[in-house]
Design a protein. Sequence first.
Length: 163
Amino acid sequence: MSAVLLLLIGIILTGVSDAWKSAEELHKLQTKLEGISQLTLLVTVNDTWNPSGCIQTIKTPLLTLGKRFSQIEVGTCDYGAITVRMVKAGNGRDAMSLDVMFESHVIVDASHPECHFNWNGSYLVPTAENPKKSLLPGCFVMDSREGYHMTYYWFHLLDWHFG
């Protein structure tokens, strides 16, 4: 009996030790990623509710985290200021959470398109279960003009710079 009890205690302590090690590793990763000062995004706008609407994707210039970038132009589809903030994710699984707000000129009578996504400091790895999933971390949001015309927005993290 005592050998079984010792084995169970060993298994429990090993599990606790691994959880603590994971929390420590997560904290180290968060500390490293907090050193990121700028990033670039791919921004896609689908504004095809209008017969003369469009779908376009652009690479943003370098965006400084936490600062409003005066204006990006997504082709002829949309333009506006953009702000990206990065904070610790706080869910115990992911390192950081990025919050994106685009001050769309298309959306005039509602909140600006805003979304967030969790990120672990790398690109995603392809899987056989979901091969069409984007390898770039990102988020999607849709917003309407006057509660009727839907515009769709995608924001994907492309590159990041420490500094």
